[in-house]
Design a protein around this ligand. Sequence first.
Ligand SMILES: NC(=O)c1ccc[n+]([C@@H]2O[C@H](COP(=O)([O-])OP(=O)(O)OC[C@H]3O[C@@H](n4cnc5c(N)ncnc54)[C@H](OP(=O)(O)O)[C@@H]3O)[C@@H](O)[C@H]2O)c1
Length: 322
Amino acid sequence: MEPRKLGQSKVRISPIIMGTWQAGKKNWANIDDAEIVKGIRAAVDAGITTIDTAEIYGNGYSEQRVAEAIAAIRDQVVLLTKVFSNHLKYDAVLEACDRSLKNLQTDYLDLYQIHWPTGSWGYELVPIEETMSALNKLKEDGKIRAIGVSNFSAAQIAEASKYGQIDTVQPPYSLFWRAIEKDLQPYCVENNIAILSYSSLAQGFLTGKFGADHQFAEGDHRSKNRLYCNPENYARVQTAIKKLRPIATAKNCSLAQLALAWLIQQPQTSAIVGARNAEQAIANAETMKITLSESELAEIDCIGRIVTDELDDDPSLWDWAD
Ligand SMILES: NC(=O)c1ccc[n+]([C@@H]2O[C@H](COP(=O)([O-])OP(=O)(O)OC[C@H]3O[C@@H](n4cnc5c(N)ncnc54)[C@H](OP(=O)(O)O)[C@@H]3O)[C@@H](O)[C@H]2O)c1
């Protein structure tokens, strides 16, 4: 599959992107460092040229693991990272970017994203004009090649776009989580903004490996995923998985690959997928060889709606209430 344009920028990305929220044992997934470094390297070798990380993932730990994996091949890789909600004031953005550059052992980022809209997670409100002004400065200085946002609504992107060029948005989006299709996706199509979906496998629920009685280990935040912690949603997930299985078999691919193939054929959409090891990363890369026909897409779409038609409009994937 050909590389894709990142909005109106000159950056070109792979349709499948390696996610690194789970990178390294300081993160929630508790994956061994060597395993994840091998996984990132295997992803690139298998054609996933683009890697997504964030300063908040293990407080720089994930960025450092990415640096370790790509040290000898920086020029072959497209690096995306994010500035967190506590660093949105002008000077704080510049400092955060310098820290990420150091963690990633590079002198430029291909895409720098505002991780959450201002005021998220209880942090102080910063006018978007101020944050955008800092991002524009970083772009002028050649430290970043493009600006993106994450967890923004269409209205929030429209506001930010008054102060600079937004080339991407990173929302939760998968066959089982489609809130963005109402407003955000049409806005992105109209304004040529690339959608980089996160939790593209619904955090693993689309792999079909979690059965009806599955229990997550302590600290695994998938237990807070609204697809799982609401028993009615979870029963519908199981029903949909059962119906998707024969289609995957007929396409000679896994359920995960089927779900990702569907996703990267949606308008403007490339998919960020987290992987815990090389095997998963290589399997995810293979998705880029699968094409689904219009009738296959429609059939899969219809099955996904067994889950999504019953969800409310809240785009948030998790219920952190207790
Ligand atoms: N912007 C944001 O606010 C935000 C939020 C969340 C995530 N993200 C980004 O998006 C990335 C992906 O999201 P995510 O990690 O939440 O969800 P995801 O990509 O839907 O799921 C990733 C998990 O699915 C399992 N998996 C992956 N590939 C597999 C395969 N081929 N076969 C079987 N299992 C497989 C692995 O978990 P197990 O093996 O443990 O089951 C892996 O950790 C993150 O790494 C991060 O870069 C961004």
